[in-house]
Design a protein around this ligand. Sequence first.
Ligand code: UD1
Ligand code: MG
Length: 451
Amino acid sequence: MTGRTTLAIVLAAGEGTRMRSSLPKVLHPVAGRPLIAHVLAAAPNGKDDAIAVVVGPDHQAVVDEIKRVRPEAKTFVQRDRLGTAHAVLAARDAIAAGADDILIAFGDTPLIDAATFARLRDALKDGAALAVLGFRAANPTGYGRLLVESGQLTAIREQADASEAERAVTLCNAGVMAFAGKTALQVLDKIGNKNSKGEYYLTDAVAVLRELGLRAAVIETDEDEVRGINTKAQLAEAEQVMQRNLRQAALDAGVTIIAPETVFLAADTTFGKDVTIEPFVVIGPGVAIDDGAVIHSFSNIVGARIGKNVSIGPYARLRPGTVLGDGARIGNFVETKAAEIDAGAKVNHLSYIGDSHIGERANIGAGTITCNYDGFDKHRTDIGAGAFVGSNSSLVAPVKIGVDAYVGSGSVITRDVPEGSLAVERGEQTTRQGWAKRFREMKQRGRKPKA
Ligand code: UD1
Ligand code: MG
């Protein structure tokens, strides 16, 4: 939106007791991303847009997450939980700094879409002093009801204060609102706490504003978008909705997903062209999948960059820091972590590759383990391009296997293996069969290994 400045205020001071968890509510993840991060990602993020988050005392972990997603965000602590209007006023300094549009969102409403914020702002542009997001609730119990008279929003009534007739209203308050900046403080300061809970209700803004001769508008949206999360059951429901959306978006972008309902994606998963995902695949945060890659069934992938035409699984586990070059192959029962595996390299069966670099076209035999941990520290393994590591070898890090080097099956490698040399620590059978010698001869004759 051009020419109008925004302040988005996200309320996240609640304890979230109903989650029955030691983790603050807004840090629980949906699609691999904390609730609050979804909301912050949907809030306007241009050069004229500011953001403020109201947090509870002792919520440093929440502040850290806010700074990670939106480093420019200002955080305000609400010490006593005296209601949603009181929470908004905790950010008084940010409001007083002046913005054309002031958006209010809840940190526990993760499915909110950026386009909805834009629709609310449009209503302000059209002259409303407040735009309230409403939805038709399948079960309105617990929500504030939007009371509309001859097309005008006259009040929002909280469940506890609603009459029998008002409780029958299904048009509900989503909690997301937009205030015109120039009247926001004037309205907020007039909100009192004379209600059954003795709280300062943000929803009373509607009645206050009408007394001032100002107008409030209602923008409607789908219930799924404004699901608020208070319990683990609601967290699971939101996950379901978000997964449905993410799968649909991936399908629309051309990803082949054979059984979408069995595939779990993260909010930040990215895909190239012609990617195929087989049934029962779980993708966590931080995964980018390039053109033509195939993810076979039962693979679990987190924090990994996957190059073009890579094949993964079935039953592969890719952990954070995995980077796979074009055409690399990771087969069944292979685990990788902080592993850079270059183009055309193969780790096809039953391996652990951690804190490692594997050069182009290297072949890592079945059961190869990088022994990266000495009980205290992690150490690196570096395997040169074109090297061959025989099956069931243990590479005891720190260790380097040179370019085109050969490690016999069953070796326990504790010293560096120089470029092009043969290391057969315990792999006598391999030498007897002449595999190592043959490997070198074939390379010299320039024969390509079988795919
Ligand atoms: C609120 C609305 C209700 C709406 C519903 C939608 C009010 C008075 N009621 O009710 O009309 O239908 O949301 O889900 O606004 N918070 C603070 N400090 C406080 C109180 C709340 O930061 O002192 C935060 C909470 O962390 C939460 C949000 O504000 O993110 C909403 O608070 P909550 O207690 O969940 O309000 P509801 O009763 O659900
Ligand atoms: Mg709520």
